[in-house]
Unconditional design. Structure first.
Length: 256
């Protein structure tokens, strides 16, 4: 699946939501646009949660034609693109766990990028993704928020962090965006197998005990596998269920 390498980038000082901006542009027939804003006043994450969008973070949305992408793969591709981008900007050594060095960045299903905060505290959220599909107009919008140089609000500083907080310096947001675009185009050229294998390499959810909250119920179990159809959860009565939507809460380790 090929996507034009040349995105038109629109940079705003402030907006309600870059996703909302892309939706309006999509309805006008525009495609292959990235809207970036220094601040979002009504940024949102999954399940309509408020996304803190303080100055210093990187907040942007990508507008794509639905014919140019595989909708089932887009969250995987974006997650990997973020990980591949950010790991080049953080070179801290957090020691070893057993005989292995822990991965600095991991992916918490379905769309959170978490980062090792230090050797004792564990992982905190540094990035989130929100995808929207408009079948009537034939486009997809993917919103991305990455904590770069922004301060973290007191309400969430126990679960979230920024690149600046960990790296102890400020970073160039434009350079990070440019590298993300390069990685995004790279992953769009990989096979389904390669994308899945890479995603599983960084997964923080496979093998974990989790609670999945869906609009209808809550399910607890151990995650056996993840693919483009969702995760496969082995419940307490030894039944493996495929779950494609829902909020995933890790139960075994609060740092994940």
């Amino acid at each position: 699946m090929e996507i034009n390498n040349k995105f038109k980038i629109i940079h705003l000082k402030t907006t309600h939501s870059t996703n909302r901006d892309c939706v309006e542009l999509g309805k006008e027939g525009k495609r292959n646009i990235i809207v970036v804003s220094d601040i979002q006043t009504k940024g949102k994450g999954r399940l309509d949660r408020f996304w803190y969008s303080n100055y210093g973070g990187l907040y942007f949305s990508i507008l794509l034609d639905i014919k140019d992408i595989n909708v089932e793969q887009i969250n995987f591709i974006v997650s990997l693109s973020i990980v591949d981008t950010l790991k080049n900007y953080l070179t801290k050594d957090f020691g070893t766990v057993g005989r292995q060095k822990p991965k600095v960045f991991r992916i918490k299903f379905p769309n959170d990028i978490i980062v090792k905060n230090n050797s004792s505290i564990g992982y905190k959220k540094i990035s989130g993704i929100l995808g929207e599909i408009n079948l009537n107009y034939g486009f997809v919008v993917v919103g991305i928020g990455i904590n770069i140089n922004n301060s973290i609000d007191a309400e969430i500083n126990n679960i979230a962090t920024s690149l600046k907080e960990i790296g102890e310096k400020e970073f160039n947001k434009q350079d990070i965006l440019n590298e993300f675009i390069i990685n995004f185009n790279k992953y769009n050229k990989l096979t389904e197998k390669d994308i899945l294998n890479k995603y599983k390499e960084y997964s923080a959810t496979i093998g974990e005990k989790v609670k999945i909250i869906t609009p209808n119920n809550e399910i607890i179990g151990i995650v056996q596998d993840i693919d483009f159809n969702g995760l496969y959860l082995k419940t307490e009565d030894n039944i493996v269920k495929n779950i494609s939507v829902g909020d995933c809460i890790h139960l075994r380790n609060n740092n994940k």
